[in-house]
Design a protein around this ligand. Sequence first.
Ligand SMILES: [Zn+2]
Ligand SMILES: [Zn+2]
Length: 386
Amino acid sequence: MIEKKAFEIKEKLIDVRRKLHKVPETDFEEVKTAKIIRDYLSELKIPFKECAKTGTVALIEGKNSKKTILLRADIDGLPIKDESEFEIKSEREGYMHACGHDIHTACLLGVSEILNSMRDKLNGNVKLVFQPAEEGIGGALTMIEEGVLENPKVDGAFALHVEPLIPTGTIQIKNGSIMASPDDFKIVVHGVGGHASAPEKCVNPVTIGCDIINEYEKLNSTVLKDAPCVMTVCYFNGGTCNNAIPQSAEIMGTARSLDSETREMIADLLEKTAIDTAKKHGTTVDFTFNRLFPPVVNSSEMNEIVAAAAKKLDCVKNIEELKKPSMAGDDFSYFCERVPGAYFRLGVGDGKNSYPIHSPKFIADENALWVGSALMAQAAVEFLNK
Ligand SMILES: [Zn+2]
Ligand SMILES: [Zn+2]
């Protein structure tokens, strides 16, 4: 029933995805995107509310309100120039849907159409969340602060993400951590500037910065070697010319971890190492650890529901268990911190192209749209019937 309905709306989903693809927008400015979403829901007479400015929350009330499942699609694009060979181009210069969020959005609109047509049979409510700003400042937390998990209270959440490197019909699931916390750090090394000919009268922040970077690399080969994290120094800048010692130098990098204990451990360790190394040289640093999103940690019960739903669908040919998590981040983690959640990967590879997400050449097989809708809808039904 669900699969049949999904297949019936296949062309409609391609059409709405193409509309979204033309207007990539970011960071709570997804105005045209929100209009496309709201027009689609209005046509189906599904009630919705605005949330977090350009976000939209729709509700399909089932025959009872025993449980509520939240389904989330992120809706934003990226500031990347479209260089793909796809027949439909971004109409906004310098911006592109290179992470496939237009596909997530179209899939969720498909879910809304499928489940709305069977709402009298639904054993609970379905909350459809179209979330802005995932790529940049993050929209999930704003939506939560504006009450997306209440009225009716949400009991579980699902989200999918496209994966162009696996074929349409394949999905990837994983218990536990599937995405990292994409945190970053910045160090300002304080020195005492002066003439390069008299280093004894100065404190050189360039050499001290190098020492800090060396100490960090030692951490990578010792304490952090087998820890579930990645720490990379990506930026070092100090000085303006060859004959003056500068007043300060700056180091920046990323520190990504897969669980909150490691996250706190690495934040403390980096801070202490930078402070202690600077102290050895008689100076100080300003250390900032910028916590972005928490890691996405899947619930195994919710994962089982996704797998059970997938097994019921002929369009899902292959369920792969992911061996390793990705070290990228996704703010769906904020939902998973509050309710049991599962985030899975939907294959959108067409067998010809193999550009990863965030590539300016990203291309997706649109046959995956109805597969994604069918799977999300089936997973919602399985959750409510459990
Ligand atoms: Zn992305
Ligand atoms: Zn993404």
